[in-house]
Design a protein around this ligand. Structure first.
Ligand SMILES: C[S@@+](CC[C@H](N)C(=O)[O-])C[C@H]1O[C@@H](n2cnc3c(N)ncnc32)[C@H](O)[C@@H]1O
Length: 222
């Protein structure tokens, strides 16, 4: 199913579902213990939806007394972006910039949305056709600084996610080897597979957390 139609029609259901499993809290708890957070980062949330990861990461940075240099977020579905903008307005947050774009068409991003230290992406790559997964990763790779890092939250392949995420949320699931292959193909080097903190351990049944460091792609002549 087309993700724009899905998330235009089911945004409320999605939010009820993720809130019921404490997904926003689990993501925030993961970021609170992340060693790579520091002040002055250029940050991008790719496939931000209504902003769960944006708010979790921004909240974790603030709690640790850190401020990002810039915080950008994009998504394909206008209805999800509308919710994000509403929440930003309600909370009087002015330091997050939002845009509509497709991860497979990075040229749609505003000028200057590049050179990131940290790109986060949660529950979005599942909606790309399986044969475009590495293309999506490569597009994010090209938006990172040479020392940048991608942190990916993505659905595991198991009996539970086949039903819950595959059938209900019409999304793909991946095993570790498939992710490693696609990330390496896209130019990522050292990969760390992490887990949600123990108090949210059930979220690790749902998803992988992959911290992927950029390795600059070499031109064929090098
Ligand atoms: C399950 S929601 C996740 C939203 C948010 N990251 C979160 O964790 O709550 C999936 C989101 O991916 C977005 N999406 C799907 N395909 C996309 C694409 N090709 N480019 C950008 N966003 C996409 C959808 O619009 C939707 O908002």
């Amino acid at each position: 199913m087309d993700p724009v139609r899905l998330y235009s029609a089911r945004a409320n259901t999605y939010l009820r579902f993720v809130n019921s499993v404490l997904y926003p809290q689990g993501i925030r708890a993961y970021f609170l213990r992340a060693s790579y957070l520091q002040s002055g980062l250029r940050v991008l949330d790719a496939g931000c939806g209504s902003g769960i990861v944006t708010f979790a990461l921004r909240g974790a940075l603030l709690k640790c007394g850190m401020v990002s240099e810039s915080f950008h977020a994009f998504d394909l579905t206008p209805a999800m972006l509308h919710r994000l903008r509403e929440t930003l307005d309600k909370k009087a947050i002015t330091d997050v910039e939002v845009a509509q774009a497709d991860v497979l068409r990075p040229e749609e991003l505003p000028a200057g949305w590049t050179d990131y230290d940290l790109i986060v992406s949660a529950s979005m790559f599942e909606y790309l056709p399986r044969n475009r997964l590495a293309d999506g990763f490569r597009n994010l790779h090209s938006l990172l600084k040479d020392t940048g890092r991608l942190v990916l939250f993505i659905t595991r392949k198991n009996w539970m996610t086949r039903t819950l995420i595959g059938c209900w949320w019409k999304a793909n699931q991946y095993d570790r080897e498939e992710l490693e292959e696609a990330l390496r193909k896209a130019g990522f080097g050292p990969l760390t597979f992490s887990r949600f903190p123990i108090q949210y351990r059930w979220l690790s049944l749902w998803g992988h957390i992959v911290e992927a460091e950029k390795v600059p792609l070499q031109s064929p002549t090098e």
